[in-house]
Design a protein around this ligand. Structure first.
Ligand SMILES: N[C@@H](CCC(=O)N[C@@H](CS)C(=O)NCC(=O)O)C(=O)O
Length: 195
């Protein structure tokens, strides 16, 4: 049995919730509030989420958890079968972590109604990469939903909740976002705004 510790406001947790939903894996939810984390979570990860338990085996960190789930529950695959394809997806995940999450977290920190032109420009630059590299088929890579889509949609949803809007000059990203929002996983596993 899989058990996920997560915060409903957390984009890193959302990545894992999307992976579980895409793989149609049932899991029990341990929703962690903003107060003191449960003692077992402190022991497992210092209180950080997401953490998944597969029976008594614990895995922390969205990247490590998602790759564990790919290895342990292969179908449907969220990475291509070949080494080069996997390297492309892994590179995209790393790039989203390195370049997109920092401005997204800064936007989320400021919250609604706090326009910051420098931050808006940083968001524009961070997302321009994805407008220019991804295909026109409503997916970031290839023909199937991948971990890279999960990484980027979690970032976008977090920023949208904070009042950010996907820039109008990113038509491919708008198309991609529309396709993502049609998916059962994205419709079911929503982020909550901070209380
Ligand atoms: N690199 C980690 C980042 C996870 C992370 O930053 N989680 C935040 C919540 S979104 C956290 O647990 N912060 C400590 C806390 O909320 O007490 C991952 O990808 O899972």
């Amino acid at each position: 049995m899989l058990t996920l510790y997560y915060k409903p406001t957390c984009p890193y947790s959302l990545r894992v919730r999307l992976v579980l939903a895409e793989k149609l894996l049932p899991f029990s939810r341990r929703v962690v509030g903003e107060g003191d984390p449960p003692p077992e979570l402190v022991e497992l990860s210092g209180g950080n989420v997401p953490v998944i338990m597969d029976g008594s085996f614990a895995v922390a960190d969205s990247t490590v958890i998602s790759e564990y789930l790919e290895d342990a529950f292969a179908r449907p695959a969220l990475r291509p079968p070949d080494a080069r394809g996997r390297a492309v997806i892994r590179g995209a995940m790393k790039r989203i972590d390195a370049e997109v999450m920092e401005p997204v977290e800064a936007i989320a920190e400021k919250g609604r109604g706090h326009a910051d032109p420098a931050l808006a420009a940083k968001m524009h630059d961070a997302f321009a990469v994805w407008e220019h590299t991804h295909r026109d088929n409503g997916l970031l890579f290839g023909m199937e939903f991948s971990l890279a889509d999960a990484w980027l949609i979690a970032a976008v949803e977090k920023a949208l909740l904070a009042g950010w809007e996907l820039p109008a000059d990113f038509p491919k990203l708008h198309k991609w976002h529309g396709r993502m929002r049609e998916r059962a996983s994205v419709r079911t596993e929503r982020l909550m705004p901070p209380a």
